[in-house]
Design a protein around this ligand. Structure first.
Ligand code: CA
Length: 724
């Protein structure tokens, strides 16, 4: 019984895929299959599972196995894994929405998620059932047909993780396999949930939770294993990637990215090799290399590609006495997914010194280079080079800058190594480094269209001044960056959508944004590129020219990538919006008019002809000057400002301006001000406010409070002037 139901549902799915794509069923065999499918479906319509019912969800999610994931390109009606297919091109063959009709796109439904922090997730969709993750690794399941929230799973992450995680309490998405939803939890857990109910099936702690590890990346399922990495390279951890059996959560293998203490046995031959490229006592600082985002699988070569992170600490002089390549930091690794052994590697930034992660999204495709079809892997990591590598061998095919670079003059194609500019290591004098640690491109997914041959990169331009801190010792503090250098912004960072030709290695077109921090991209066979921005615009562009064709205002800054799929034959676009991430934390409010609204996370679904009105976004109340005074000298106020930027800014925003879930302290109540000191010493630890006991003195807390009050007074005064 269950078996036949499953078949029928599967047939429905295939029909959905066939229906709008007339060009697909032109051969006699295809027509015959189509007619047969219609007959099977209609002879048993009354027995069909009710869409959105537990039985329906069990049937459609239970059928997602290795075969379906490998052949995901054959069912564009679904979005089955992180970047749609294992190749993660984020290109959809759907073509109902085109450059001609995208201006008729309208809202079909939206739903407020009750969140106020960054949302970075790519949703998954199978037969109209949608899954995505939000802040604090909470998982949501929606029925696209009814806009109904089917279930919500909250892993109840301890709120101190707002400080332990480097870059907001974000999560990039879930994985789906054989009826289970997998999510990496901020505190280092990996959880398997029942896709139909959200009930927890198994849960594993993947890290040493006494250390500053976090997980924000989406797991990928490959050959029955759930692959997950971790983050924390700013905070003294050692990176690795792990594989767990999807069925029961048993650890099947673990690949360490940097070597541990060489007096102990190496975990792999790769670590023995890597240890020869390190100096000093790096293992005491963790070494870093954390793989916190890109994990991509190539079924043809049976290779699993992992992008690895920066060194811990950043400065190679503190980390490795300034010598050695420090394998496998800032690298693309090709692993054997069956045992986790290293097959090849390419290190983008040998001896990383600038937080130049190579964790940025990886795309697999086949392109013609010099008259030869090459199987390539492409990446635009933080260091500002766009790389094209042969994905079977790791051979570097090309590397050219896609943003400003002050640290290098280019890649030596003979050695594959970047040529560093003298002084860029900032050892002897401060140096203005571009790209900054924000990267020429950060985690925001890029998309590649085989039709236009272009990669659509959510790119950044930013420069920061690095100053070496000579007098540095490793003192790990829960949640604190381990330091070793001072970094200050030079000019405000800017962002743009960059269309890049990976064969010519040159820009095709760009669209500048007001915001430096914008969403990931999606490109479709209708030749439309979609991207959200940090000023809450969701925009559709012509993929060939960059001409803006349509836009909607989403109320909150957008950083996540959109997806597209079919339900009952209609093409939809979904985007989950929520301002935050490291860019949101730094900037405080989103850009433009979005800044006046309450930054509530929302999921939006659009289609051609959608008629729903856009939601009414709540505005934030004006800042009023607090009825509380702290008397300090001018010097103490300045000290308060610098203490604030060291300890508070990361959550409460630069210049005490926060648009996120953490309170905007300019709006703090009188009650908060009267209990300011106990709050800083741990009175609200359960609400996520960490304790600064032993870190800040009572006097220093007073200076910070005085600074907060002075910023609130300034804002209130500005408002009065604007209103008057
Ligand atoms: Ca980093």
């Amino acid at each position: 019984m269950a078996g036949t139901s499953r078949l029928k549902v599967y047939v429905t799915l295939k029909l959905n895929d066939f229906y709008p794509r007339k060009h697909l069923y032109k051969s006699p065999t295809q027509i015959a299959i189509f007619v047969l499918a219609v007959l099977i479906l209609c002879s048993s319509c009354e027995e069909q599972l009710k869409p959105g019912s537990e039985e329906h969800i069990r049937a459609v999610t239970g059928a997602i196995d290795d075969k379906r994931l490998i052949a995901a390109d054959d069912e564009p009606g679904n979005w089955l894994s992180h970047g749609r297919t294992y190749a993660e091109e984020r290109y959809s063959p759907l073509d109902q929405i085109t450059t001609e009709n995208v201006n008729q796109l309208g809202l079909v439904w939206s739903s407020a998620l009750g969140t106020r922090r960054g949302i970075e997730a790519s949703p998954l969709v199978v037969d109209g059932i949608m899954y995505f993750s939000g802040p604090w690794s909470v998982v949501f399941a929606f029925d696209v047909r009814t806009a109904e929230l089917l279930w919500r799973w909250d892993p109840e992450v301890p709120r101190e993780y707002a400080v332990i995680a480097c870059c907001d309490v974000v999560n990039r998405g879930v994985a789906l396999y054989k009826g289970k939803i997998f999510v990496g939890v901020l505190d280092g857990r990996l959880a398997a949930l029942d896709a139909a109910t959200g009930a927890l099936i198994w849960e594993k702690v993947t890290v040493d939770q006494t250390k500053n590890y976090s997980i924000t990346g989406a797991p990928r399922v490959v050959k029955g294993q759930v692959i997950i990495g971790n983050g924390g390279a700013e905070k003294g951890v050692r990176g690795y990637v792990s594989a767990y059996d999807a069925e029961d959560g048993r650890l099947t293998w673990r690949f360490y990215i940097v070597p541990g203490d060489p007096s102990k046995p190496f975990e792999s031959r790769a670590m023995e090799t890597a240890a020869k490229t390190w100096n000093g006592e790096w293992w005491k600082f963790g070494g870093g290399g954390t793989a916190w985002d890109a994990i991509v699988y190539d079924q043809e070569s049976n290779l699993l590609y992992v992008g690895t992170g920066n060194g811990s600490p950043w400065s190679r002089f503190h980390r490795s006495q300034g010598e050695g390549d420090n394998l496998y930091l800032s690298s693309i690794l090709a692993l054997n997914p069956d045992n986790g052994e290293l097959v090849w590697y390419y290190q983008t930034t040998p001896g990383d010194n600038w937080d130049y992660t190579a964790t940025q999204p990886l795309i697999l495709t086949d392109i013609e280079i010099k008259g030869k079809l090459r199987k390539v892997i492409m990446q635009a990591p933080k260091n500002g080079f766009f790389y094209v590598l042969d994905r079977e061998t790791g051979e570097l095919l090309s590397a050219e800058p896609f943003t400003e670079q002050t640290w290098t003059t280019g890649v030596d194609m003979k050695t594959g190594r970047p040529i560093e500019i003298e002084g860029s290591d900032f050892k002897d004098a401060p140096f203005e480094v571009a790209p900054s640690p924000l990267g020429g491109h950060n985690w925001h997914p890029m998309a590649y269209s085989p039709i236009t041959g272009l990669v659509y990169i959510p790119a950044l331009e930013s420069k920061m001044k690095f100053t070496y801190v000579e007098d540095w010792t490793f003192t790990p503090v829960r949640g604190r960056s381990i330091g070793g250098q001072k970094v200050e912004g030079v000019d405000p960072a800017t962002g743009h959508l960059l269309a890049w030709d990976p064969i010519q290695q040159k820009e095709a077109w760009r669209v500048s944004h007001i915001s430096h921090w914008n969403g990931g991209t999606l490109v479709t066979a209708g030749n439309v590129v979609f991207q959200g921005t940090g000023e809450a615009r969701f925009v559709a562009y012509d993929a060939k020219t960059g001409k803006a064709l349509w836009e909607a205002f989403l109320g909150t800054g957008v950083i996540a990538p959109p997806i597209t799929y079919l339900v009952d034959g209609i093409q939809y676009i979904t985007i989950v919006a929520g301002w935050g991430g490291i860019g949101g934390l730094h900037h405080g409010l989103p850009y433009g008019k979005a800044a006046q609204y309450d930054q509530i996370g929302r999921v939006f679904t659009f289609a051609v002809g959608g008629q729903e009105p856009m939601p009414v976004y709540g505005t934030v109340p004006p800042v009023r000057a607090p009825n509380y005074e702290v008397s300090v000298t001018k010097e103490q106020l300045t000290t308060g400002a610098s203490l604030y930027s060291e300890h508070c800014q990361k959550c409460h925003g630069r210049n005490v301006v926060s648009g996120m879930g953490v309170p905007d302290l300019r709006r703090a109540s009188d009650e908060v001000h009267t209990t300011f000191e106990p709050i800083l010493l741990g009175a609200r630890i359960n609400l996520g406010m960490p304790s600064f006991q032993g870190i800040l003195s009572n006097e220093e807390i007073k200076y910070i409070q005085a600074y907060v009050i002075s910023e609130a007074e300034k804002a209130a005064q500005n408002q009065k002037e604007n209103d008057g």
